[in-house]
Design a protein around this ligand. Structure first.
Ligand SMILES: [Ca+2]
Ligand SMILES: [Ca+2]
Ligand SMILES: [Ca+2]
Length: 251
């Protein structure tokens, strides 16, 4: 797969937003057109490529369905590593007037990557289809076709870990509580994946987490918070704490 980034025309730009997502989760990216420095736009075409090892394409919304201003001509094609669209309006009333963020497509991917903390780019490309669909904007005045500036979107995979594997060796055992105590009180090295050390996921890493681990292992105490001590998974969505997972362990 060849990803192409054309030189910006200056007047038009197409871009995708960035999102973070967890393994196995659907993630929506939005595709925008900025013609705020140009003329009204009557049509467009593009390919959008992704890495099929990292992402699976689930759905592409109809062009400009989000605003309700559906093109009169619309052709979508789906490929293993991307999709293409051709779209155009017939009547000038419908042309996209100059605006910084026309939201044209919603694209849903599922995150497949098994490598951790990975970023995967979703980029405009002119390589899909026979003949390949070029990335172009058609101006409403004069029908001139121009190549817009293009900016990729980035899907950042949330790291996955076993809750309680504080030393990052892949197992949850007494060594993790000892590691945490030494890290907290004896100037030991910082944990490779802080979130794994917050066993109760209360947003604070302290002696309570070391005790939690010991109670779990030896006193029939509660399991560490999801994703739990036995299977790797991401931190719970919606839990906002300052901990990350800089060096995710082997899973
Ligand atoms: Ca461990
Ligand atoms: Ca805690
Ligand atoms: Ca957390």
């Amino acid at each position: 797969m060849v990803l192409v980034t054309e030189v910006a025309s200056g007047q038009y730009e197409v871009y995708l937003n960035d999102r973070a997502a967890s393994l196995g989760e659907p993630v929506n990216l939005y595709l925008y057109l900025d013609n705020s420095a140009g003329a009204a736009v009557m049509g467009w075409s593009w390919g959008v490529c992704h890495d099929p090892a990292a992402l699976e394409l689930l759905a592409v919304s109809e062009s400009n369905a989000i605003s309700g201003n559906l093109p009169d001509f619309y052709s979508l094609a789906i490929y293993a590593d991307g999709w293409t669209v051709d779209a155009a309006y017939e009547l000038p009333d419908a042309y996209l007037q100059p605006h910084a963020s026309h939201r044209i497509n919603r694209v849903t991917y599922e995150v497949l990557a098994t490598e951790l903390g990975e970023e995967s780019q979703v980029c405009f490309c002119s390589t899909l289809g026979t003949p390949p669909v070029a990335v172009t904007i058609t101006e409403g005045v004069g029908g001139t076709t121009v190549v817009p500036g293009q900016e990729c979107g980035v899907v950042t995979m949330n790291p996955i870990f076993k809750r309680g594997d504080c030393n990052g060796d892949g197992a949850v055992d007494l060594a993790d509580s000892i590691y945490l105590l030494i890290s907290l009180f004896s100037a030991g090295p910082p944990p490779p994946c802080e979130d794994a050390c917050d066993l109760d996921d209360d947003g604070a890493i302290n002696i309570g987490d070391a005790v939690f681990g010991i109670l779990y292992l030896f006193q029939g105490g509660s399991e560490p918070a999801l994703p739990g001590p036995n299977e790797c998974g991401p931190d719970l969505p919606g839990m906002t704490d300052s901990y990350g997972c800089n060096t995710p362990p082997e899973c």
